[in-house]
Design a protein around this ligand. Structure first.
Ligand code: PEP
Ligand code: MN
Length: 339
């Protein structure tokens, strides 16, 4: 439920309405907009009788939201959210933010080599998994904390921010100690205890779309994080499974347009997992920007043939240079910027 206050409602009126909401056993989240304050109400498990609130001074109207998500919805927050991830980098604003790096942190040498190059070409964030959710227990599982330490060195040495995945509640705090953005992977998009715990951290959370998740389920994952008090959520479209046998996953760029319409949260695209083949990654990166994505998460490796995970979808350093040159041109054409 949303309570729309009159444009001239006083702080005392807003406070009174919030008290009434608490009285009903619900939680008010006042959001100050450009024109009026809107009070988002959460915690109702059934339809609330809003008559009491409608009679209070300063209340303009009440909107019952039919979508299951509230905090993430554009109705509750009409303006785009700008997520400050540190070092002056904002996701969801005019800048198209590129996050690039290997699938997995394999060694200091590997990360330094890739980081130096992608930083020089305009990446803002370095990606790399220290904890890897692998389909097979026999595959490389990541370097764990040693990998996180390498990522921290990358931040120091190359001035890149870091995004890396937390795969479980046990290691989430440790990951948060080293990274600038905590990634929740596709396989964990509906791991509600992990989402809730991520919502209690003070780090931006990147949520990847589950490989068979509907868009309402995707947005509800973000709702889990936000309802715990963390508003810094970035969504990531990374492809879904379809009948296609020419792709690992199908990057669903229409999801970008849907999320933009119904949510204020930024959404970036991952054309690497979204296709699984490196020749598709640069064209799909261009398309992602054109479709309205706020950034990219892309896998880059200096020696893809030696990668310990996801080698077939890793683009080379030269491919990355071409990618950046293309997206910079498109950004200018559609009124955005790219470093
Ligand atoms: C990744 O980004 O390396 C990853 C494992 O992605 P996803 O969760 O989308 O499969
Ligand atoms: Mn990967």
């Amino acid at each position: 439920m949303l309570i729309l206050m009159n444009a001239d409602a006083t702080p005392a009126m807003i406070k009174r309405v919030c008290e009434e909401v608490v009285d009903l056993g619900l939680t008010p989240h006042p959001i100050k907009g450009l024109q009026r304050t809107v009070i988002n109400v959460t915690g109702n498990k059934y339809q609330v009788n809003a008559d009491r609130i409608l009679t209070l001074d300063g209340v303009h109207d009440i909107v019952i939201i039919t979508k299951p998500y509230k905090l993430v919805s554009r109705e509750s927050h009409p303006e785009d959210s700008h997520i400050d991830i540190g070092a002056g980098v904002i996701i969801g604003g005019p800048e198209f933010v590129v996050m690039a790096g290997p699938c997995s942190v394999e060694s200091r040498e590997q990360c330094f080599k890739i980081a130096e190059y992608v930083a020089k070409k305009g990446a803002r964030v370095f990606r790399g998994g220290a904890f890897k959710p692998r389909t097979s227990p026999y595959s490389f599982q990541g370097l764990g904390e040693e990998g996180l330490k390498i990522l921290a060195e990358v931040r120091e040495k190359f001035g890149l921010l870091i995004v890396t995945e937390a795969v479980d509640t046990e290691t989430l705090d440790m990951v948060g100690d080293y990274t600038d953005i905590i990634q929740i992977g596709a396989r964990n998009m509906q791991n509600y205890s992990l989402l809730r715990k991520a919502g209690r951290t003070n780090k931006p959370i990147l949520i990847k779309r589950g490989m068979s998740a509907s868009l309402d389920e995707f947005l509800m994952a973000a709702e889990y994080v936000m309802v715990e008090g963390n508003p810094r959520v970035i969504l990531c479209e990374r492809g879904v499974r379809t009948f296609s046998n020419h792709n690992r996953n199908v990057l669903d760029l229409s999801a970008v347009t849907y999320v933009k319409k119904f949510s204020h949260l930024p959404i970036i695209a991952d054309p690497s997992h979204g296709s699984g083949q490196k020749y598709k990654v640069v064209p799909l990166s261009r398309a992602s920007l054109a479709a309205g994505a706020d950034g990219l998460l892309v896998e880059v490796h200096h020696e893809p043939e030696k990668a310990l995970s996801d080698g077939p979808q890793a683009i080379t350093l030269t491919d990355f240079e071409n990618l950046m040159s293309d997206v910079k041109k498109i950004a200018v054409a559609i009124g955005r910027t790219c470093k």
